[in-house]
Design a protein around this ligand. Structure first.
Ligand code: DGL
Length: 269
């Protein structure tokens, strides 16, 4: 039996998952959250499936120790590589959600018969997870994918809204493999941070699908359906990192606009 007063655990390789965490806290301000940024192993997008699975299990051990009622894998690469394993591992101790299924549901409703694009890490794109799930919808949706491995490390280093990021984004999006799309899935939770630059490339001709709000809404709906919303919470937030980085601390402050404290939790201990 899950406890509505328990926190929601959210994890990513770094700051990307905060785009989802901040959408969750905006929609559910009373929920207590625990965020884990696995900065020691960033970027996940270039790691093997086995490596990401082992990081994810270690992070879940911490989140289960903290008695989280729900664990949100706020990372496409980890959702692609480890969702099924984490779900089996966690069992009935917590609900496990990923950032891919809510987006696939959105596409099913809004883009039947259309051609859409996907950008993400190598892990996400090469796993073909979006392709398989979208094909299973049987809605005749054509997916064109492109791995964009420079983007997550670039964002993690604070390069967004910058002439360097603009050039890199332009070089990727101009690739012919993304021609003729009507919408673009931001298949990495870091990418909402460069959404304005992506939107300016397409000049309003392509809808940019930012998973953070879609995922936050689906998480809220699940809590409501299961009577697990925390109505008496204080919106308390805790942040853990596997390796302290200054840019992570700065970004966390930018996201949550307050004095936050990062706790160091090396995963190998
Ligand atoms: N934000 C992550 C994702 O959604 C991971 C990026 C990375 O660490 O490579 O895929």
């Amino acid at each position: 039996m899950l406890n509505s007063a328990a926190p929601i655990g959210i994890f990513d390789s770094g700051i990307g998952g905060m785009t989802v965490a901040s959408a969750v806290t905006k929609l559910l301000p009373l929920e207590n959250t625990i965020y884990f940024g696995d900065t020691a192993h960033l970027p996940y997008g270039d790691k093997s499936t086995a490596a990401i699975q082992s990081y994810a299990i270690k992070i879940c051990n911490l989140l289960l120790q903290k008695e989280c009622k729900l664990i949100l894998i706020a990372c496409n690469s980890a959702s692609a590589a480890a969702f099924e394993l984490v779900k089996a591992y966690v069992g009935s101790k917590a609900q496990v959600m990923n950032v891919i299924d809510p987006v696939v549901d959105y596409v099913k409703e809004h883009y039947p018969g259309k051609t859409i694009g996907l950008i993400g890490t190598k892990q996400t794109v090469m796993s073909n997870v979006y392709k398989k799930k979208i094909m299973d919808l049987d809605r005749h949706i054509k997916l064109k994918s492109l791995a964009t491995p420079l983007l997550a490390p670039m964002i993690e280093e604070g390069f967004f809204d910058h002439s360097i990021s603009e050039k890199i984004i332009e070089a990727y999006l101009a690739d012919s493999s993304l021609d003729d799309i009507e919408a673009l899935i931001l298949g990495c939770t870091h990418y909402p941070l460069i959404k304005p630059e992506i939107a300016s490339f397409y000049q309003g001709k392509v809808e940019i699908l930012d998973s953070s709000e879609i995922v936050a809404k689906s998480l809220k709906a699940w809590l409501e359906q299961h009577y697990l919303q925390n109505e008496k919470g204080m919106g308390h937030r805790q942040f853990y990192v596997s390796d302290y980085t200054r840019s992570f601390e700065e970004s966390t402050k930018t996201f949550f606009g307050e004095q936050i404290q990062l706790e160091h939790y090396p995963l190998w201990e």
